[in-house]
Design a protein around this ligand. Structure first.
Ligand code: F6P
Length: 371
């Protein structure tokens, strides 16, 4: 094992907990006799040969910090074969045997291509392990990705605050949360804050239906004999209706639906949480999952594994040809990277059994909330 060089990079949208994964991979790799280096600014940095040594002293202080100590970037050029060849050359010139890519869908696709034996040809062999990191939780075959728990906690904290003022004024708030094409964060945080409605792209509802759904929810809450008539609606950013337009359409319909002065005075408020959701100190769970991912990734690489993604307790039963519990940690699986990325496509398109289950569960929750 001594003499192997492992490179670590973070790529794409940063996620709280990335530093914990870098730290664990560095500490474990060094303790097993490997040389560990970081690549700064993801694939962009790889193209510039931005390699930096990583020692225990470099990573010790980073565990509690959000973002990523290595920096990150989105690198569209990496879709091109000749650009990947340059990246591979840089890895080979720096004597890298194994690469750990910490990132989301696009970043792990880049890793798979980088280590494609057809593209490597007679060049220096390269092993890769992907660590799922994206607040969107849109990667297939992993129960959680790095950053999701912190993002969810951030949303819950923000929504709790909004709920206070919403209750005081009997107002309706529509709160947009990140998640790209995936509604996971909107769905789970809606449950955690006791929201009245969650809007997510997997439901596939047209705009008019969404407006009616909101109006129905607001009217139901306002006609209930309850102290608070506040309404909280969490909308995933993947529901691609601009917030201002949604507000105007909802207010216009509510004026028609609600009688007299109540309808006339109604005004929906909108809040876009945006990048606030992606920052902040990683939660204990994110630090733990990320550290366990980092540990498994290094050990797997040094044991000769490649083209795998570490996964946190997948929700589906997976065939042994695709996934197995890692021999290094009973809660971390090693799944075939290509299969995980194919499942990611299905998940994002709303075609995986998991997305269909989530959408179905929300139909039932909505029915219960409208009683
Ligand atoms: O994938 C993570 C994410 O934060 C998404 O939720 C969001 O749509 C996107 O990245 C925003 O990316 P950027 O910061 O590059 O605009």
């Amino acid at each position: 094992m001594a003499g192997k060089r492992i490179a670590i990079m973070t790529s794409g949208g940063d996620a709280p907990g990335m530093n914990a994964a870098i730290r664990a991979a560095t500490l474990v790799g060094r303790s097993l006799g490997a040389d560990v280096v970081g690549v700064e600014r993801g694939y962009k940095g790889l193209l510039e040969s931005a390699f930096v040594p990583l020692t225990p002293g470099d990573v010790q202080g980073s565990l509690r910090d959000g973002g990523t100590m290595l920096g990150s970037a989105r690198c569209k050029e990496f879709h091109r074969r000749e650009v990947r060849d340059r990246g591979r050359d840089n890895l080979a010139n720096h004597g890298v045997d194994g690469l750990i890519v910490i990132g989301g869908n696009g970043s792990l696709t880049g890793a798979l291509r980088l280590a494609d034996p057809d593209e490597i040809g007679g060049g220096r062999p390269l092993s890769v392990i992907g660590l799922p990191a994206s607040i969107d939780n849109d990667l297939g075959f992993t129960g959680m990705s790095i950053g999701v728990d912190t993002a969810m906690n951030t949303i819950v904290e923000a929504c709790d605050k909004i709920a206070d003022t919403a209750s005081a004024h009997d107002r309706t708030f529509i709160i947009e949360v990140m998640g790209r094409d995936c509604g996971y964060l909107a769905m789970t945080s809606a449950i955690a804050v006791g929201a009245d409605l969650a809007l997510f792209p997997e439901a596939g509802k047209p705009e008019a239906e969404i407006v009616e759904q909101i109006v129905e929810t607001v009217t139901t809450v306002r006609t209930r004999a309850r102290r608070s008539r506040r309404v909280l609606i969490i909308k995933a950013e993947g529901v691609a209706i601009p917030m201002e337009r949604l507000k105007q359409e909802v207010d216009a319909r509510l004026r028609e639906r609600l009688p007299g002065s109540e309808g006339a005075s109604i005004e929906t408020r909108v809040t876009v949480l945006g990048h606030v959701v992606r920052g902040g100190r990683p939660s204990a769970l994110d630090r733990l999952i990320a550290s366990r991912f980092g540990n498994v990734a290094v050990r797997a690489l040094l044991a000769g594994a490649s083209h795998k993604m570490a996964a946190w307790m997948p929700a589906q039963d997976l065939p042994a040809t695709i996934a197995a519990v890692s021999p290094f940690d009973p809660k971390i699986w090693l799944v075939d990277l290509a299969a995980a990325l194919a499942e990611t496509e299905r998940l994002i398109a709303g075609q995986s059994p998991l997305t269909r289950w989530r959408a179905g569960a929300f139909d039932e929750i909505e029915d219960a909330l409208l009683l």
